[in-house]
Design a protein around this ligand. Sequence first.
Ligand code: ADP
Ligand code: MG
Length: 580
Amino acid sequence: MSDHSKYSFKDDKPQREPKKSAPSEKAYPVSASWGDESDAVGSIDRLIAMSAEGDPRRYELFRLRQQVQERELTLQEAKAAIEKMEDVLKKVTAPANRIGVYLGSPKKGIAHVAVGGSDYYTNIDPRLSNELNVGTRVLLNEAFCVIGDLGYEASGPVGKISDLLSDGRLRVGEEHGTRSIVLHRSSHLKEKTLKHGDEIRIDTGYRVALEHIETKEQRGHFLEEVPEMPWKQIGGQTEAIAAIKDAIEMPLVYPDMFKKFHYTTPKGFLLYGPPGCGKTLIGKATAYNLTLKLKETTGKTVQHCFIHIKGPEILNMWVGESERMVREIFAAAREKRKEGYLPFLFIDEAESILGTRRASRFHSMTSTLVPMFCSEMDGIESLHDVVVILASNRADLIDPAILRPGRIDRKIKVQRPTMEGAEEIFRIYLTNDLPFDPATQKSHSNSAAKTADFLAERAVNALFAHNDENRFLEVALRSGRKDMLYRGDLISGAIIASIVDRAKETALKRAIKSKNDEGVSEEDLLHAIQSEYVENDIFPPTDITEDWLMLLDHDPENVVKVSPIRASRAHEKKGVSRVV
Ligand SMILES: Nc1ncnc2c1ncn2[C@@H]1O[C@H](COP(=O)(O)OP(=O)(O)O)[C@@H](O)[C@H]1O
Ligand SMILES: [Mg+2]
């Protein structure tokens, strides 16, 4: 090209003096036999070189040269466009690549793939550098040769492992329907510890288990943090706490002594009693205090893990899978034990899942739960493995099989607080750092502790007085006797906590409004007691005897009718209900 441009620049006259009007007709004839265009330009250049300067033909030659060059360019573009078209045409008319699932390699360079129900042994493109994973999707060309790795499929059916075969294969049943299949494990699952009941995702051809799908429960849904809860945070339950210490603290702390005396350690215990008296609280406190005690006596750091099963809630969550639920909960506890924790299995509202058939609304489900639970309990060596705690408001409804010796054989009653107990609980919530009514505090030598003692005493006296205002419930017994229950007879830790909260709320509002020194007063507490018994939703809103039974200390068998005394409260406005 440089040669050509040399000419055009060396002699640029024609460009400067274009004679548009007349390209001479006697221009040199252009031979059509010129081979290619660059040759043509070369020939023209030679002709130009031969012609004398000033020769009029020279101008024609320059024009000719330009035209030839332009055409050459157009031709090149056209060629490129055609090539591109040909490429596109090839692509759009090429057959689709099949996708198969790689099942393994019988020998190097050969793949066993499944494509839509048929199996093939095919070559692997040696340019595929990565090793293929069992279960991965592979791209196949027309000859079914593996030419690409597409990775694992991201969607597909899910099944539940019903059996683990000794060679690692998995027997899987589908969620709905009866089909049961045996699957290979994907490379991804090769080393994974899977267990019966685990959910896995399957490739759409039903050959390979691809992925373990963790369910909500397995992610530790029921594991709960236990807050710091020393025994002194629980009021009026001295007996229950002592019984727990006997039942589980001693055997755990002094296992050798128990062995020496051939004394069988219990595996678990049942906390029973009316709602709101601290069963859940005691369950959690047991976990907290026991691990603390173990740390103290053995010097080893033990960590607790608190598995909190809320009866009805878990039933809803595991609809139709009750047996698996029990198995999995115990498995989770054992797993935790292996990890070095001391697991506490706390089953709240136990009568809802471990009740007699008569007891449960879900009886079709629970009928299989009780035997399952019993067999799991029988599998526990002692409470060194798992501490099982049941809590119930209606222990009478729990299946007796559960409470047989060797299972949950310690029953600990969590009573309603006595007057002293109630005072203790008031004192737990009326802490010494609260602002109290200044006048009251002044008359108690300015001591917050003395003021709180005084207020607690006053509140308890008001609660337990057998006066008209405190008449709460009439219970008709089978014997024909009628019992009158007063507010104090139905007191609980939960109600006391709520009363103190209400009183604090009133004092707080007053303090904000008046901007004076204000604090919790006796009136606040008395008023709070009044509202608590009207609004609290611990008490059933209906007169249905069955609903009230769990609140009573009477044997349900002996109660004929329960009539709440509401007359004096009918006119009172129902306020915002308090949750306890
Ligand atoms: N003996 C108690 N001492 C202190 N607080 C209590 C006591 N009993 C109940 N409470 C309060 O009531 C709440 C509910 O008690 P909870 O332990 O759930 O009762 P239960 O499980 O017996 O129905 C507790 O969180 C606590 O605030
Ligand atoms: Mg509870």
